[in-house]
Design a protein. Structure first.
Length: 100
């Protein structure tokens, strides 16, 4: 399933415009970085990511064209949930890698 997305990396929908649709992306709350895989340095001290979820949760998983979106339908408190954003969208796009 592919959903709608309204942000990108172009002149009209790029990082300098994100705060217009998403106020939390303004100021110090947004920090897109360009990770260049060829220049990345592996740190063997890092532990593997641990992924867990509450068994039996009602959820919707969708692809909005930028990332995988997970909407937990039966949870009122969604703090601490994670968003995984990754991958090269096209040759001109920056990569976004986030775990929150």
């Amino acid at each position: 399933m592919t959903g709608h997305h309204s942000w990108g990396y172009g002149q009209n929908d790029g990082p300098s415009e994100w705060h217009k649709l998403y106020p939390v992306a303004q100021g110090n709350c947004q920090s897109p970085i360009d990770i260049i895989p060829a220049q990345a340095i592996y740190d063997p001290c890092l532990k593997p990511l641990s992924i867990s979820y509450r068994s039996g949760s009602s959820l919707d998983i969708s692809n909005n064209g930028h990332s995988v979106m997970v909407d937990f339908k039966d949870m009122d408190d969604k703090t601490g949930l994670c968003a995984l954003l990754s991958g090269l969208l096209n040759q001109d796009a920056k990569n976004t890698h986030t775990v929150t």
